[in-house]
Design a protein around this ligand. Structure first.
Ligand SMILES: Nc1ncnc2c1ncn2[C@@H]1O[C@H](COP(=O)(O)OP(=O)(O)OP(=O)(O)O)[C@@H](O)[C@H]1O
Length: 262
């Protein structure tokens, strides 16, 4: 089902812009190394078409995955993480079908924290250390300290936002090729969002790619190299953020609000 703020299928969408504005050219960089490729990728749940997308995300970009409720963001991320199987088409991570080999190079942050409430933060660190060869425990401890997260605390005793911080730190402390972050700062207070984003970006290696879904466009847009707008599971726009701002003279947030206002 489309989300509450999506017009009914077939309704003209006020954005993207009118026909006299040239469409943005596709991102072409040299060398172009695709990290994530979706070729006529589709996912249906019964009669619901959750996703039907063709897109390529190159190496070394921070990409925002934007769209109203129900537009297919989580579905795309789960397909890339290998947690869902396509109904049709294909998804490739560095040329491979998501599976055991790609899980070693993909760091995935799910919508909701999944650690047992009885686990201490320090135990989650050990868990990641045992599980992922690319996990940098010192980096994780450093980030947790900067975010004032007590490592001796039990997960159950932490606030929702702090649990999210722990999970995000763990995921970002891996040296992965592709980070898939589903709503990474949704539960974090506004004052801390900037700090977390800065922490992520400061520790982010430019050889990797981050694909992050979010509704907090205003908070996140300053760190986005590119953005992907999804609507009804299709890619409405995929462009460099700066190019969009220059061409339309508005922030990504304003554009997004105009395109998807209720
Ligand atoms: N397991 C499922 N079973 C049936 N339908 C599903 C399932 N998962 C997702 N859908 C449907 O697929 C569509 C896309 O959902 P998805 O969760 O990917 O959207 P989203 O953009 O992440 O939404 P939100 O912003 O609310 O998190 C929606 O219509 C949703 O109801």
């Amino acid at each position: 089902m489309p989300g509450a703020c999506q017009p009914a299928p077939g309704t003209p969408v006020p954005y993207p812009p009118p026909a006299n504005v040239r469409p943005l050219p596709p991102i072409v960089e040299q060398p172009f190394e695709p990290v994530l490729e979706c070729r006529a990728l589709s996912k249906r749940f019964g009669a619901t078409v959750a996703l039907g997308a063709t897109l390529t995300v190159p190496r070394g970009r921070v990409v925002g995955l934007l769209g109203p409720n129900g537009s297919g963001k989580t579905t795309l991320i789960k397909l890339a993480a290998g947690l869902l199987q396509p109904t049709d088409g294909s998804v490739l991570v560095r040329g491979a079908v998501p599976g055991r080999s790609t899980k070693a190079i993909v760091s995935y942050l799910p919508e909701r924290p999944y650690f047992a409430p009885s686990m201490k933060v320090s135990e989650t660190l050990r868990f990641f250390e045992d599980f992922y060869a690319d996990f940098d425990r010192r980096l994780a401890e450093d980030m947790l300290a900067r975010l004032s997260v007590p490592v001796d605390a039990q997960m159950a005793s932490l606030s929702k936002g702090t649990k999210e911080k722990v999970q995000l730190v763990l995921v970002m402390a891996r040296h992965a090729a592709l980070y898939l972050l589903d709503e990474p700062i949704g539960g974090v207070d506004p004052a801390t969002r900037d700090y977390i984003l800065d922490t992520i970006i400061a520790n982010y290696h430019r050889d990797s790619t981050i694909l992050l879904s979010t509704h907090l466009v205003a908070d996140v847009e300053r760190v986005l190299d590119d953005f992907i707008f999804l609507q009804y599971g299709t890619v409405v726009m995929h462009a460099p953020t700066e190019q969009m701002r220059a061409q339309f003279g508005m922030s990504l947030d304003d554009y997004f609000r105009g395109a998807f206002r209720c």
